[in-house]
Design a protein around this ligand. Structure first.
Ligand code: NAP
Length: 401
């Protein structure tokens, strides 16, 4: 098949947008060029000529002759409006915006079908790791049983530095913010919303199940202390922020929770901003993909790969998802396939015993109290974790065992 020449309208020229610009300029053989770039801040100094830029989104959205809109802005609601309008205009879209995708997945799927356009988003999960297209194409007929991964570079960077430098959370977070490894408001990353959005997307492509973000429990490293790192270290373990989506019997369990991992796990040595995804299938067995999970050039290269795929008219086939589309063409809500009522073994550090009252504790295996720190190892009804879901005032640190 002859590859098409692609003209691009780009939204966003920040970390990823500039990364894309660089990798596109160095790519050989890809027939693609950026016609116009829409950004927001009129006072910002740009590293390329002013004539490339516009501040009016309609100048790109209504421009004739563009084959693809590449959406790389940092606001999920504004991104959704742009992507929706582009698709309704019959233009294919590449994005890396996991929050926008996760919050609007069903509608975005239907927009693809209605307008017969592609929406592809390899950069939205795992940064440079080619996981989504692999799940779609390579594993399309494999009976996958589990996807597990380190999918947030900020959390992994903080956890790695806390362990290697014997430092507390807030010190490392502050440093990570200064070095560009954490946002000024790090909540979406450290409280594992970002990891959960990626878990949602991988669950669509691995199992064909579409969930709403609120169907998936997440808790992150927002309340971690060096005591937790030390607890792990003394037992030869490391704490990793994991997304988990796996099949147990005929149901699925999907969540984003920090986990203790031991030396035998491929995830143990995945450090700093690196990400990893472990895919397990009935016949392929376990395979692990490792790579840079964020950053300008790594994410830019994933976006470039999507643009290249569009030159040969690539679209996700959603082969697994299509099995769950009912007679009227709607996606069956995936929540019915998710199991919530099961015991999960957790390490829970707390300050005051009352903080545990919201959890349905089935049994306690170990309890430690001191002037400095308190923790329990307990089996907890997973469903009861939703009682502490998304509460910034909650100060428990929870880690799955
Ligand atoms: N950073 C990463 O490593 C990474 C990795 C994977 C996925 N992503 C995703 O990629 C996307 C972009 O992230 P980023 O890190 O590149 O963000 P960023 O560095 O904050 O840059 C955001 C860009 O979007 C522009 N922008 C914001 N609102 C806009 C609007 N309404 N219209 C037009 N332009 C607008 C900004 O314009 P100004 O330049 O004028 O401020 C800026 O150029 C996000 O969805 C993010 O989740 C990022």
């Amino acid at each position: 098949m002859e590859n098409k020449n692609i003209t691009i309208g780009l939204f966003g020229f920040g970390c990823v947008g500039q990364g894309l610009y660089d990798v596109l300029n160095h790519s050989q053989g890809l027939k693609a060029n950026i016609e116009k770039i829409c950004v927001k801040d009129r006072n910002k100094k740009r590293k390329i000529a002013d004539e490339f830029f516009t501040f009016d989104k309609e100048e790109i959205l209504q421009r004739n002759g563009l084959n693809v809109i590449v959406e790389l802005i940092d606001n999920a609601d504004e991104a959704f409006a742009i992507v929706k309008q582009a698709m309704n205009n019959g233009v294919s879209v590449v994005t890396a915006n996991k929050k926008m995708l996760a919050e609007n997945f069903s509608e975005l799927y239907h927009l693809q079908v209605k307008n017969n356009v592609a929406l592809i988003y390899e950069g939205s999960a795992g940064g440079s790791i080619p996981i989504i297209r692999n799940l779609e194409e390579y594993y399309d007929n494999e009976l996958l049983s589990s996807i597990k991964g380190i999918l947030n570079g900020t959390c992994n960077y903080i956890l790695t530095r806390m362990e290697l430098e014997n430092k507390d959370y807030l010190d490392v977070l502050k440093d990570a913010q200064l070095n560009g490894f954490a946002e000024s408001d790090p909540w979406l990353d450290v409280a594992a919303f970002d990891t959960k959005f990626k878990a949602l997307l991988l669950t669509v492509h691995a199992f064909g199940i579409v969930l709403n973000p609120d169907d998936i429990f997440n808790t992150g490293i927002q309340n971690i202390s060096y005591d937790d790192i030390l607890y792990a270290k003394q037992r030869g373990l490391r704490i990793k922020m994991l997304a988990v989506s796996h099949k147990v019997g005929d149901k699925f369990r999907v969540y984003a929770i920090p986990h203790f991992v031991d030396r035998n796990s491929e995830l143990y040595n995945v450090s700093y901003e690196y990400n990893a995804v472990e895919v397990e299938g009935a016949y392929s067995c376990k395979q692990t993909f490792v790579g840079k999970g964020a950053g300008s050039h790594p994410t830019g290269s994933a976006v470039l790969s999507d643009i290249s795929a569009l030159t040969y008219d690539y679209k996700y086939g959603y082969k697994k998802l299509k099995k769950l589309i009912n007679g009227s063409g709607n996606i069956e809500p995936g929540k019915a396939q998710i199991e919530y009522d099961f015991p999960i073994k957790l390490y829970i550090r707390f300050q005051d015993g009352e903080q545990l009252n919201d959890l349905e504790i089935i049994s306690v295996e170990e309890e430690f109290k001191s002037a400095g720190t308190n923790y329990i190892i307990a089996n907890v009804n997973f469903n009861s974790l939703f009682n502490i879901y998304n509460k910034r005032e909650n100060k428990l640190f929870i880690c799955a065992i």
